[in-house]
Design a protein around this ligand. Structure first.
Ligand SMILES: [Zn+2]
Ligand SMILES: [Zn+2]
Length: 178
């Protein structure tokens, strides 16, 4: 993905031209305080809160994400950070597994990417990490979270007793429930 920056506003761009930049090439990433009148999407809030995710991992349109970016509710983070002389992956922290590949997304013949966390999706120099920077979702406090009023069947009761015994005796016990 490439990004167009006009003033302090960012727009996603999916073609290669000289006006757009990758997140790594952007000279600065504008920071906005959350605009209190912006009608943010609570589904994005719940999904993204406390995480930093790649665009491919977020089930919302990129245009909607960028309206949240420009309203201060989502922050884009650079995929790689400088740590002294080393460059580290901002997601997994590895600096030993960086490689390059010819990247169709940004048009760079040698786009850097992290091999260490590749199984979670490719962190590359042209992929921002999306982070929720608006208010925290309100959490529902359950008074007695582990209380259950049901009755166990005979088989469930046997398994339950055996698990309690195993925990008391610090043993391992596998319950196969279908
Ligand atoms: Zn990584
Ligand atoms: Zn790229």
């Amino acid at each position: 993905m490439r990004i167009l920056m006009k003033g302090h506003l960012l727009t996603p761009a999916f073609h290669h031209d000289s006006a757009s930049h990758t997140i790594t090439e952007l000279p600065n990433i504008p920071h906005h305080n959350p605009n209190p009148t912006f009608p943010f999407n609570p589904q994005i809030q719940t999904f993204l809160f406390g995480k930093q995710l790649l665009l491919d991992e977020i089930p919302h349109p990129v245009e909607e994400l960028f309206t949240h970016v420009n309203a201060g509710y989502i922050t884009l983070r650079r995929p790689f950070i400088k740590d002294g002389r080393k460059i580290k992956c901002a997601r997994c922290g590895s600096s030993d597994h960086l490689a390059t590949y010819p990247c169709a997304r940004c048009g760079n013949e040698q786009c850097h990417y992290c091999r260490n966390c590749l199984m979670m999706g490719r962190v590359s120099a042209c992929t921002p990490l999306f982070h929720w920077s608006g208010p925290s979702p309100s959490t529902l406090i359950v008074e007695q979270p582990l209380k259950w009023d049901g009755t166990l069947s005979t088989g469930q009761q046997q398994a339950s007793t055996a698990v309690v015994e195993a925990i008391k005796n610090k043993k391992e016990y596998l319950v196969w429930a279908v």
